[in-house]
Design a protein around this ligand. Structure first.
Ligand SMILES: Cc1ncc(COP(=O)(O)O)c(C=O)c1O
Length: 365
């Protein structure tokens, strides 16, 4: 990224040499991300993050069909970038169905089948949930959508990139969202895969960059960073996930040994992202637990880190059938590239101690 911030500082839309050099950097990043996703480079639209890519997917499809109205289906555990966008669209006259999930956070294909209608224009179900890590049967859901309707299928793969194989051909999706910061790239850069032939209107109009799908001078350093980060994440994915799965299992064992009534959330191993370790601690207030852990150097989250600051119970846990009280006692820990077994041991011990303290009414932060 550093050369793109300093030496190669041309505007990629300019025809002069400096502009062409910047354009060449974007082309390399587009090739890198396309290779990771098994897409064609021209099917990649760089955006200002995952939220923008989700907005482009939903609003872009619906805007194109605006005069016809229609029906949109999303899962009830989507990230707010999808869920709130879908709810906003419902105010514009589109009918919205929010699909229920089971207790592990899985969307059941039967419920999608029952919800699909001839007038359904868009279905959006995430590849992996950001609060509990549950992996959704996207391939099956996309197939079902295409066989039973003419709707476009979008998946938000923001959490899955670098953790699962994200192959747009295998998944059979029309649109797919990714975000750079989930693979150790820069924040504020994302992309939408748009399958060739998928009709989509831009949501940002102007100079016609990104083949008219996303106007605005490109964030060249950010895009360069995303290209490299996606390549690195994919090249070490299998090894890292094996390592992180073992550490995550150790952490779960620590927690369950120290807090026997802790309830694991999300789907069982193999059906969830391997780096997730999530529990509800009945009787321990989640926000307080987070503050106490933070003070000791353990960074967790109650629900989605992307919506932090909100104290209302997580819509994901509620949709999974947890009471508001239990949902407010949720702790999400995710492991990463730099997590060591020493970290896991320290976090495990600390969590057990702090949960016990909270239950005994030691409320001082
Ligand atoms: C599943 C999911 N979708 C979308 C987003 C939003 O992405 P961004 O923060 O890049 O806008 C996030 C949060 O990072 C996420 O976890």
């Amino acid at each position: 990224m550093a050369p793109a911030l300093t030496e190669t500082f041309g505007n990629p839309s300019s025809v002069h040499g400096a502009g062409r050099a910047a354009r060449a950097l974007i082309d390399i990043a587009r090739d890198q991300l396309a290779a990771v996703l098994n897409a064609r480079p021209r099917e990649i639209v760089f955006t200002g993050g995952g939220s923008e890519a989700d907005n482009l997917a939903l609003r872009g499809v619906v805007h194109r069909l605006h005069s016809q109205g229609g029906h949109v289906i999303v899962s009830s555990i989507e990230h707010e970038a999808v869920l709130e966008t879908a709810r906003d669209l419902s105010h514009l006259g589109f009918e919205l169905t929010e699909l229920p999930v089971d207790g592990a956070g899985r969307v059941l294909p039967e419920s999608l089948e029952a919800a699909l209608r001839p007038e359904t224009v868009l279905v959006s179900v995430m590849l992996a949930n950001n609060e509990v890590g549950t992996i959704e049967p996207v391939r099956e859901l996309a197939e079902l959508t295409h066989s039973k309707s003419r709707a476009v299928f979008h998946t938000d793969a923001t959490q899955a990139l670098g953790k699962l194989k994200v192959d747009v051909q295998e998944l059979g999706v029309d649109l797919l969202t990714v975000s750079a910061h989930k693979v150790y790239g820069p924040k504020g850069v994302g992309a939408l895969f748009v399958r060739h032939g998928t009709s989509l209107d831009p949501i940002i109009t102007g100079g016609g960059q990104e083949r008219t799908r996303r106007s605005g001078t490109e964030n060249v350093p950010g895009i360069v960073g995303f290209g490299v980060a996606s390549h690195l994440a994919e090249s070490e994915r299998e090894r890292e996930m094996e390592r992180q799965a073992a550490l995550s299992a150790d952490l779960a064992r620590w927690i369950q040994a120290g807090v026997p009534d802790a309830l694991p959330t999300g789907a069982p191993n193999g059906e969830r992202l391997a780096n997730f370790c999530t529990f509800v601690f009945p009787g321990a207030e989640g926000e307080l637990l987070l503050l106490r852990l933070d003070r000791a150097g353990v960074c967790g989250s109650a629900g989605s880190a992307c919506t932090s600051g909100s104290l209302s119970p997580s819509h994901v846990l509620l949709a999974m059938g947890f009471s508001p009280q239990l949902a407010a006692a949720h702790l999400r820990l995710t492991l990463g590239r730099s997590t060591t077994s020493g970290d896991v041991e320290r976090a495990g011990e600390l969590i057990c101690r702090e949960v016990a303290a909270l239950r005994q009414g030691a409320f001082a932060v």
